[in-house]
Design a protein around this ligand. Structure first.
Ligand SMILES: Cc1cc2nc3c(=O)[nH]c(=O)nc-3n(C[C@H](O)[C@H](O)[C@H](O)COP(=O)(O)O)c2cc1C
Length: 376
């Protein structure tokens, strides 16, 4: 079914303007009669921040920004879906064009700028699906609950950014499997300054406080922090130190990069402002993940995102330090079949090493990756 979907849809999607193609992909998923997913091999299961993932492959934030198709994505084989980024109030984001495909490089540049239908609409959608998801968890079902996290951000024109994060955590904790605090998108002016130590400490203190306040009604909700791959290593030291001190549940490493690695073939599109993702991001994303892993010392797990477009790059991400992985741009170039390809590659690696769990691979290469020359 997924193979058929890919074969029919992808040539069409590739011929369209990237943003129109994205809209159409969401529509197709809304109407595609995807059957429930086949049961995943038990060796792919991961227990991370208190949640049971049936496999470690998630779809990264930005694909289903408004929670229109989380269940279709779970049926397509993902182990978890991160919807968002959502902002408290609806906002339209930057003017089009704002999304560019670097075909020859396997990369994407976006400067969407948090286009969001806003919290009310997204909350309604997630509340409507929360009941079946929670009962699947209660049954201890093989589905692992259909894990759907929500990625939250601040409105562009807000007077108090931290208050935006706090209100979104309070409102969404009850309907989300976890919440990601996104302070790393390059397309909202000043947002990434929240990664600076004093602001980050205040943000995480208030966010964790909000989570604790609603926990009696909402239950335990893991809080993750998503960082940029462009942090300097001293800034990463600070971010990890604060994240550990404030006892957050995990980090996502990371978002798109404002850097433009040497050797991009799509030279004209590479000059577009925005965040670069996809294959050209892989070396930097893997390096920052490994640098984060060695600093975290196992205190909390990491989610690895950036540049995964094959089974090999997925396994490398796990070995660089990721307990879970997320993909977005790889789907643009490889289609939904990439999910099954990654699962097969991970199982091959387990067979080869006669292991029963992916946990044995997590971080196995982190120290080696940090010893390599810095990627350019
Ligand atoms: C079109 C597009 C939109 C994105 N929107 C968001 C977003 O709203 N929030 C966020 O945290 N990350 C967003 N991202 C970043 C992805 O979640 C991911 O961190 C990044 O693209 C690296 O993964 P990839 O190389 O597999 O795409 C977006 C990425 C793309 C390509």
């Amino acid at each position: 079914m997924i193979g058929l979907f890919d074969r029919l849809a992808r040539p069409l999607l590739r011929a369209l303007d990237p943003e129109d193609a994205h809209r159409l992909a969401i529509r197709l998923l809304q109407f595609a009669p995807l059957p429930p997913p086949a049961r995943d091999d038990r060796r792919l299961a991961m227990r991370v921040f208190g949640l049971n993932f049936r496999n470690p492959i998630g779809i990264a934030a930005g694909f289903d920004k408004n929670a229109e198709v989380p269940d279709a994505l779970l049926r397509a084989g993902f182990g978890f879906v991160e919807v968002g980024t959502i902002t408290p109030k609806p906002q339209s984001g930057n003017p089009r064009p704002r999304l560019f495909r670097l075909d020859a490089d396997g990369g994407v540049i976006n400067r969407l700028g948090f286009n969001s239908e806003g919290a009310d609409t997204v909350l309604r959608r997630l509340a409507a699906r929360a009941a079946p998801s929670l009962s699947a968890t209660a049954n201890g079902g093989e589905w692992g609950g259909g894990i759907v996290g929500i990625n939250v951000g601040a409105n562009k024109d807000t007077a108090d950014r931290i208050a935006d994060y706090v209100q979104l955590i309070e409102r969404f904790a009850a309907v989300a499997s976890y919440v990601t605090v996104n302070i790393s998108s390059p397309n909202t002016p000043g947002l990434r300054n929240m990664q600076q130590a004093a602001v980050l400490d205040d943000l995480l203190a208030r966010v964790i406080d909000a989570r604790e306040r609603v926990a009696p009604q909402a239950g335990p909700t893991p809080v993750l922090l998503k960082i940029a791959p462009d942090l300097s290593l001293p800034d990463l030291d600070d971010a990890v130190g604060i994240a550990r001190a404030r006892r957050i549940d995990g980090m996502i490493v990371g978002n798109t990069t404002v850097a433009r690695p040497a050797g991009l073939r799509e030279a004209t599109k590479a000059k577009e402002a925005g965040g670069l993702s996809g294959r050209p991001l892989l070396p930097l994303a893997d390096r920052m993940l490994a640098e984060t892993y060695v600093r975290v010392e196992g205190v909390f797990p990491l989610v690895g995102a950036g540049g995964i477009d094959s089974g090999a790059s997925a396994l490398a991400k796990i070995r660089a330090g990721a307990s879970l992985i997320q993909i977005y741009s790889g789907l643009v170039f490889r289609g939904l079949g990439l999910v099954a390809e990654i699962k097969a590659a991970l199982l091959d690696a387990l067979e080869r090493d006669r292991q029963n769990s992916l946990a044995d691979h997590v971080g196995a290469d982190a120290a080696a990756v940090t010893a390599e020359p810095w990627p350019r």
